[in-house]
Design a protein around this ligand. Sequence first.
Ligand code: GAP
Length: 488
Amino acid sequence: MSNQADLMDKLTSLAKRRGFIFQSSEIYGGLGSTWDYGPLGVELKRNVKNRWWRDVVTAREDVVGMDAAILMHPRVWEASGHVEQFHDPLVDDRNTKKRYRLDHLLEAQDREVIEHLSKDLLDRPIEGNVDVHTITGIVEAIMSHPDRVNLNDYNILADGKEADWTIPRQFNLMFKTLIGSSEESGVETYLRPETAQGIFVNFLNVQGTARAKLPFGIAQLGKAFRNEITTGNFLFRTREFEQMELEYFVRPGESAQWLDYWTNARLEWYASLGIRKDKLRLRPHSEDELAHYCITCFDVEYEFPFGWSELEGIADRGTYDLDRHAEYSGKKLSWFDPDTNEHIVPAVVEASAGVDRTVLTILTDAYHEEDAPKAGGEGVERRVVLRLSPDLAPITVAVFPLVNRDGMPELARKIVDDLRGDFAASYDAGGSIGRRYRRQDEAGTPFGITIDGQTLEDQTVTVRDRDSMEQERVAIDRVKAWLRGKMG
Ligand code: GAP
């Protein structure tokens, strides 16, 4: 196994061990690509969401929030283009009965296979690396006449093994559900595949009640569902996930400048979470990658162990969404400009991020293994540490009685109770002090406070910094100020 794949396995195992993330329905053998957040995970995720809401909504005068229902009228998904366009090309291997997403399958093939396909279907040789254009071009060529191309002529392997391919077909990613009391009379709709449409259909309600003037944004955070076929890489691509979406409404001629503003602002936001800057980049979409609603799009990407991958899409959607909903609903969706007495259909710049991908990025970026001096002993030992930013860490400060006697536990509990109103504080008395440090290092807890013999004499405690492992003595009545100073 490569070091990189190894890192994802280590992360998945740490996430389970420390109560960040568990496989969904684990006692029944698990449900593919769905994950549950445990006590530490739910705090980390909530901190990410709160941070986004603060930075994108409450700290700004030009953005308001909303929270739409997950179930929406079925016509919404016709108007949005999802019924017609939101699909992936899939192909089955008859030998193993396993299903593959065609573009992902091709990305995993040797160059000769892609060269052969490109020559036959695109009538051109490949210069340089096999890139996303070539793969997209081949997929489009196959899907325009799926029954005319026999994939078995191209030695396309399934996970490195010979395969017997079916004819590829398009597969819609939306989960269908029935609203109503019986199978016969129920109305078929979908679990929303994105939160954005809840914003577009409420454009008039929100704009009117907030008395918002262009440019302004509406933000929403919530669950979305996609019946993804290619899953894996832990939280990266799951069937149920949360999105943080901003739809920023602007005058049609001004969308390019706002796209520029939001791409830079969003890239900076990830760096502000403590994610290493050299692992982040912006990547423009090529023409053939653009979604059906997009004029221009940039992805914020992170360099994961499995390669550069999308964290967030920032797109100029033009007036596509409001135009389509106006057409399908028969309602005029525009904004009246009191200065010019004109009705304007605003263009939309969208910044669409995934909560779970952000959590995965934070965990991946924070994971470190290093040699560290043994706590209270000679020599060094290997320590695993999550260098989480203090304002995202699930526990900010852990308080340890050195031994479970001599009044130390009582004093430690008193300190924890006192800190709780201001910080995420936790009492930890289990095992040797060295084991407790290691446990809190793995949980990403940035600060530790130890109550020891000296505390009982002079009312000072030892405070420990997770990253430097340096320790200093601080008076109990100065601990809050010390922590505030460290949090910045
Ligand atoms: N409204 C536009 C939209 O939904 P998208 O690129 O399909 O655009 C936006 O999704 C973001 O949602 C992605 O950048 C990613 O962070 C997250 N996301 C999408 N599909 C996901 C999945 N299957 N699992 C986890 N996160 C996902």
